[in-house]
Write a protein that binds this ligand. Structure first.
Ligand code: BG6
Length: 485
């Protein structure tokens, strides 16, 4: 049913991809609320963790020292974002001009339930997303909504430790119900929780601050269980009110390569991937397999479950698997070597000498995308959506021009791999470019790490006009999408 993207023909000068897409293939851009919207305290919005983070790789640790409070005269990048709250109409026009037919964004929980505990949703928050969704539909952009992209109300973080508490599952259920009630007739595709497995590496993304993860594995897997239930509750409710809705779980995915063919290296790579599959196994199969249970047991983890959880997980299985793909990871069983490993988006990785990398050290590996699609489809045999894929670079404007050839090269090579997977019979529903417009980096809060086809004139300190400029990759992408239709 999603197999209409058949052939991508490339020439090799990045001057033109010839790619044929069928109407059902979702090709678009993806953003998140707190990285774009700004308006952090407008129209009744409550605070999220993001609103307390400054710029810098250690920003979460630093914010924890300040007990996640906001101090005067400091630059908090999410407060203004790229002001998408006010510019969404013109920004969406640019997406339309690119030729996209889909747009993925998150609803910020804190706009709907500012502290998470209100009885009734905030009408002004709902109205903003009503308008945004209407505008998407008007422009022919299929809205793909992420219910939770790290935007947990700060009150729930401080009071309950986010998803480490079962109480927050209840509040999430209420939030999910409010947005499903309001938007189920306009939004068909829902991703319940962005990169659900990232909480293992960065638990604050699930609303829980832990200074040491290794000593807190019980909490990490309690968060996972609570998020599985939260997601399942949303799926069950959504389908009960509208059976045509389609729900996806989302992984932050990196195929893990062994550095050598030493059997121990191969085994380690496989085990690290199993860490990731723990999440998709349960949300796709709808139960903890014996393997999943033994996995917890061997790590000495006990999680609290409630009486009907088994049934909830089974009834709340997802329809598709979505994942972000930025790079592959390389590991060695030699602990000394691994001391040099650096975290890309997900897994700690050694440098892969066969691939180039971005200035932020993320491996550029288009074949890794095909490896990912193959591995995920072999395991689950359900439709896949590439919910994020892109390249973060420090784009430079010279004589009013941004000649981001590397971005054209990146997308050409990655889309070619997607197409070849589809030709092999794999159900790939869509591909979302992260991000079609420059936005605040999630990990570091920088503006300098730019992903867009559209340049936003703001720097790391928030200086600039906030004007939009089309990069050369914009014209290139537009030209190519035109030819695909
Ligand atoms: C993904 C997140 O993990 O990676 C996005 O879902 C994030 O929110 C993206 O922006 C890229 O990471 P970064 O740190 O470069 O913004």
């Amino acid at each position: 049913m999603y197999l209409q993207l058949n052939a991508v023909y490339y020439n090799h000068n990045y001057g033109g991809i010839k790619m044929k897409i069928g109407e059902k293939f979702l090709l678009g851009g993806a953003i998140s609320a707190s990285q774009c919207e700004g308006a952090y305290n407008l129209d009744g919005k409550g605070l999220s963790v993001f609103d307390t983070l400054l710029t810098g790789r250690d920003r979460v640790k630093e914010a924890a020292k300040r007990d996640f409070t906001i101090e005067q005269n400091l630059h908090y990048p999410s407060h203004f974002g790229i002001d998408f709250y006010h510019t969404y109409k013109t920004d969406l026009m640019l997406m339309k001009e690119l030729g996209f037919n889909a747009f993925r964004f998150s609803i910020n929980w804190c706009r709907i339930f500012p502290t998470g505990e209100e009885e009734m949703p905030n009408e002004k928050g709902l109205l903003f997303y009503d308008n945004l969704i209407n505008e998407c539909l008007r422009l022919g952009l299929e809205p793909i909504v992420t219910m939770l992209h790290y935007e947990i109300p700060m009150n729930l973080v401080k009071k309950y430790g986010g998803f480490s508490s079962r109480k927050v599952v209840e509040y999430f259920g209420k939030y999910a119900k409010a947005i499903l009630d309001r938007f189920n007739d306009k939004v068909k595709y829902w991703i319940t929780i962005n990169e659900i497995n990232i909480a293992k590496y960065s638990p604050i993304d699930a609303g829980c601050y832990l200074s040491n993860i290794e000593d807190n594995l019980n909490t990490i897997y309690q968060i996972a269980h609570n998020q599985f239930i939260a997601s399942a509750i949303a799926v069950i409710y959504g389908k009960s009110i509208n059976s045509s809705l389609r729900f996806g779980m989302m992984l932050g995915y990196e195929p893990v390569y062994a550095e050598t063919n030493k059997p121990l290296d191969v085994l380690l790579a496989q085990e690290l991937e199993e860490d990731i599959y723990f999440y998709s196994d349960i949300q796709i199969n709808g139960y903890y397999s014996n393997y999943n249970k033994q996995y917890l047991k061997h790590k000495g983890i006990t999680i609290a479950v409630e009486e009907n959880d088994d049934l909830t997980l089974m009834k709340g299985k997802v329809d598709f698997l979505s994942f972000s793909y930025y790079s592959s990871a390389t590991v060695s069983s030699d602990a000394n070597k691994m001391k040099k490993a650096k975290r890309g988006n997900i897994v700690y990785s050694l440098e892969n000498k066969n691939c180039s990398k971005t200035p932020w050290g993320w491996t550029i590996d288009e074949i890794g995308l095909k490896v990912s699609i193959n591995r995920l489809y072999s395991r689950y045999r359900i439709p896949l959506m590439i919910a994020e894929c892109g390249i973060g670079m420090d784009d430079i404007m010279e004589s009013d021009e941004i000649n981001d050839i590397y971005r054209m090269e990146f997308y050409e090579k990655h889309l070619k791999q997607v197409n070849s997977c589809i030709e092999n019979g794999i159900e790939v529903m869509g591909f979302m470019c992260w991000a079609p417009i420059d936005l605040v980096s999630a990990a570091s809060g920088e503006m300098k790490k730019r992903y867009g086809f559209v340049y936003v004139d703001l720097d790391n300190d928030g200086n600039g006009t906030n004007k939009r400029y089309k990069k050369n990759s914009f014209y290139w992408m537009k030209n190519n999408i035109n030819k695909m239709k």
